[in-house]
Design a protein around this ligand. Structure first.
Ligand SMILES: NC(=O)c1ccc[n+]([C@@H]2O[C@H](COP(=O)([O-])OP(=O)(O)OC[C@H]3O[C@@H](n4cnc5c(N)ncnc54)[C@H](OP(=O)(O)O)[C@@H]3O)[C@@H](O)[C@H]2O)c1
Length: 282
């Protein structure tokens, strides 16, 4: 089976390559420089050359604060990009797996979001990602949308690596304690995406099991790294983020579980990640 991965240099893209290669697929990784998903002509050329069976779109504009000021870029990459991929995929009868986000929800709910819950994004990032989902799903029936949350992957800028870096220099770190979500290891997400290649298309929520606040997440990172840094809980207001984040964006894996796919608890994923990422450090 031939698989194209877009955004192949991103934290998820890199892990997808490893998982698909290990599985014995013919993988064709495309970085932003090699395939710009906002360029339909380039998409056509790549599809013509590779003749893929499946395309996994891990390309996105993921800088939540920047999206607020760079609207055109956000909607182009996160909204129109998936649509252009869906147009070409439909033309050639190729399955499209598109990765999306918990930010399509408002975060005002108090129970885990299921696939049928109404999206109500509050940020430009969330709105542009929702547009991408809608355009792809409306245009082509063989699209799988994978919504995930709080991703961390190797050798990338992410929350886990930021906490580790800060803890190397600080005795105390303030972390928000009133936003809840599901930390998700790119390796676990990639393994599920591999399974979804052969499952019926549609929307799936995929995260590591369990949920926590950013404060609890940071405490677990420090505990696993056996460091002494104090993690201090603060409210969103006290922390003063530029762009509001969803208060509660826990995604339910129920549909995924019902289809026979299980994901391990976030603490187990985190421990394996930390072991690999910082293996050679003291
Ligand atoms: N990170 C999270 O916490 C999180 C949470 C929920 C969902 N997600 C979703 O998960 C997916 C993967 O996220 P990630 O964390 O792996 O993001 P990432 O590390 O930022 O990777 C995204 C990749 O897409 C590339 N890209 C940007 N514009 C592009 C374009 N026009 N054409 C092709 N490639 C382009 C980026 O290149 P440059 O870096 O050079 O711009 C980057 O390599 C995204 O769909 C994201 O929305 C992420």
């Amino acid at each position: 089976m031939k698989i194209i991965v877009t955004g192949a240099k991103g934290q998820l893209g890199k892990e997808l390559l490893e998982v698909f290669v290990r599985e014995g697929y013919s993988v064709f990784p495309y970085s932003k420089q090699q395939l710009d998903i906002t360029n339909p002509i380039q998409i056509r050329e790549v599809f013509q050359k590779v003749k893929p069976d499946v395309v996994v779109n891990a390309a996105a504009f993921t800088k939540v604060d920047l999206c607020e000021t760079e609207l055109e870029k956000s909607y182009l990459i996160n909204g129109l990009g998936p649509y252009y991929l869906a147009v070409e995929a439909k033309e050639r009868n190729v399955k499209l797996i598109h990765v999306s986000t918990d930010y399509v929800f408002s975060g005002d709910q108090l129970t885990p979001y299921v696939e049928g819950d109404a999206p109500f994004p509050k940020t430009i990032y969330g709105k542009s990602k929702r547009l991408g989902e809608e355009l792809a799903l409306v245009f082509y029936e063989n699209v799988t949308v994978v919504r995930t949350s709080w991703l961390y992957g190797h050798e990338s800028e992410n929350f886990v690596n930021t906490i580790k870096k800060l803890s190397d220099h600080l005795n105390e770190i303030q972390v928000v304690n009133d936003q809840y979500g599901c930390p998700t290891y790119t390796k676990d997400l990639s393994n599920v995406i591999k399974e979804l290649v052969t499952k019926p298309s549609g929307i799936y929520h995929v995260t590591n099991e369990g949920c926590c606040s950013w404060f609890e997440f940071a405490k677990e990172i420090i505990k696993s790294l056996k460091k002494q840094t104090k993690i201090v809980p603060v409210s969103t207001e006290e922390y003063g983020l530029k762009t509001p984040r969803p208060r509660y964006s826990v995604l339910s894996n129920k549909k995924l579980n019902d289809s026979g796919i299980k994901v391990r608890n976030w603490k187990d994923g985190l421990n394996e990640y930390l072991e690999k990422e910082f293996k050679y450090e003291d």
